[in-house]
Design a protein around this ligand. Structure first.
Ligand SMILES: NC(=O)c1ccc[n+]([C@@H]2O[C@H](COP(=O)([O-])OP(=O)(O)OC[C@H]3O[C@@H](n4cnc5c(N)ncnc54)[C@H](OP(=O)(O)O)[C@@H]3O)[C@@H](O)[C@H]2O)c1
Length: 294
C-alpha cells in the first residue's frame, strides 16, 4: 500500500488556482546515470512516479533536458492522462552537451524550442509552471534576465505556459522579473548544509511566493553529518527524513521536491511529512551550517 502523506499541509502558488501538497517529487533521478539516457530499470522509474501520485504527491518537478527528453517521456508514460490536481513544473534555459555537460540555452530560439520539447514529451497543450533557469547549479550570478524572460512571457501570452518561475537567481533578478511578469516560485540550491538563501526565503515568504529548494537531500552526494545521524537516531527516523522535516518547518512557503529512483526511498521520504522535530533537535540541526561556515 502507498504511504499516504499529510494532505492538509498545502501551499497555493500566488495568483493561481494551483494548491499543492508541500511534499512533492523531483524527477531528475529517473533518467540514466549522470541524468543521461534511459534509466537502468524503466519499469522501476514508472513505479516510482505512480507510487508518488498514489500517495498524494501532486507536484512533480522535471525538465526536458533531463536525459535529455527521457524524464518527461517516463512521466508521460507513467501518468498520462494526468490527474486534474497534478501540477507539473518544468524548466528551460539549459541543454546538454554530447559530453553530458550542462550548457546555458537562453537564446530566443532555444527557449521556444525548450517549451515545445516539454509540451511534446509531456503530452500537454499548456505547461502549468515553467522555471527560467539562469545561473550555475552551485549558485546564481548577477546579470539581467530581461531578454529570456520576455520570450517566456510571450509564450505565456500565447497560452503555452500558465505561470512562470525562476531558478538559480538572486533577489535582484527576481525584482527585475517582477517588473515584467508575475513570478510564482523560485528554485535555488538550499538544504541543511547550504543556506545562502536564508534572507531570500523570508523575503519570498512575505510575498507569498513559493521557494522550492533543489538538492534538498544534498543532490548527487546526499548529505552526510554526524549531527544529522545523531538527531535521526534520537527521533527513530532516517537522516534523509530529518533533512526533509527540517526544510518543511523552516518556512511555510518551502515546497519539497526530493529526488529518488527507488520506491523504497520514495516511501521513506514521504513519511518525513509527518515527522515532528523537537526544539532541541532543531537547534542541533541549525548548528550544522554554522559549523561548516567556521
Ligand atoms: N533548478 C536546477 O538547477 C536544479 C538542479 C538540480 C536539481 N533540480 C531539481 O531538484 C530535484 C531534487 O534534486 P536531486 O534529486 O538532484 O537531489 P536530492 O533530492 O537532494 O537527492 C537525490 C539523491 O538522494 C538519493 N536519495 C533520495 N532519497 C534517499 C533516501 N531516502 N535514502 C538515501 N538516499 C536517497 C537519491 O538516490 P536514489 O535514486 O538511490 O534514491 C539521489 O542520489 C530534481 O529532481 C530536479 O527536479 C533542479
Amino acid at each position: 500500500m502507498a504511504t499516504q502523506i499529510d494532505l492538509s499541509n498545502t501551499f497555493t502558488l500566488p495568483g493561481t488556482s494551483m494548491t499543492v501538497n508541500r511534499m512533492g517529487y523531483g524527477a531528475m533521478q529517473l533518467a540514466g546515470p549522470h541524468v543521461w539516457g534511459p534509466p537502468r530499470d524503466p519499469e522501476a522509474a514508472v513505479a516510482v512516479l505512480r507510487e508518488a501520485v498514489k500517495a498524494g504527491v501532486d507536484h512533480i518537478d522535471t525538465s526536458d533536458f533531463y536525459g535529455p527528453h527521457v524524464t518527461n517521456q517516463i512521466i508521460k508514460r507513467a501518468l498520462h492522462p494526468y490527474p486534474d490536481r497534478l501540477v507539473i513544473v518544468t524548466k528551460v534555459g539549459a541543454r546538454r552537451g554530447q559530453d553530458k555537460s550542462w550548457i546555458h540555452a537562453l537564446s530566443r530560439q532555444e527557449l521556444i524550442d525548450g517549451v515545445h520539447d516539454n509540451l511534446r514529451n509531456l503530452g500537454l497543450d499548456s505547461l502549468d509552471v515553467v522555471n527560467l533557469r539562469v545561473g550555475g547549479v552551485m549558485g546564481p550570478s548577477e546579470g539581467s534576465i530581461k531578454e529570456p524572460l520576455t520570450v517566456l512571457t510571450e509564450l505565456k501570452q500565447q497560452g503555452l505556459i500558465r505561470h512562470l518561475g525562476l531558478s538559480n537567481v538572486t533577489p535582484g533578478q527576481l525584482a527585475e522579473a517582477q517588473a515584467i511578469t508575475e513570478i510564482v516560485c523560485i528554485q535555488n540550491l538550499y538544504n541543511l548544509a547550504h543556506r545562502n538563501d536564508e534572507r531570500f526565503i523570508e523575503n519570498l515568504a512575505g510575498q507569498g511566493i513559493a521557494y522550492v529548494p533543489f538538492f534538498p537531500l544534498g543532490g548527487f552526494n546526499p548529505l552526510q553529518s554526524a549531527t544529522l545521524d545523531t538527531v535521526a537516531v534520537s527521533l527513530e527516523a532516517t537522516p534523509m527524513q530529518v533533512s526533509l522535516a527540517w526544510l518543511l518547518r523552516r518556512s511555510p512557503n518551502i515546497l519539497l521536491i526530493p529526488g529518488t529512483s527507488s520506491v523504497e526511498h520514495l516511501r521513506e521520504n514521504l513519511k518525513a511529512a509527518a515527522l515532528q522535530l523537537p526544539p532541541e533537535s532543531i537547534a542541533q540541526l541549525d548548528a550544522i551550517a554554522e559549523a561548516q561556515e567556521r
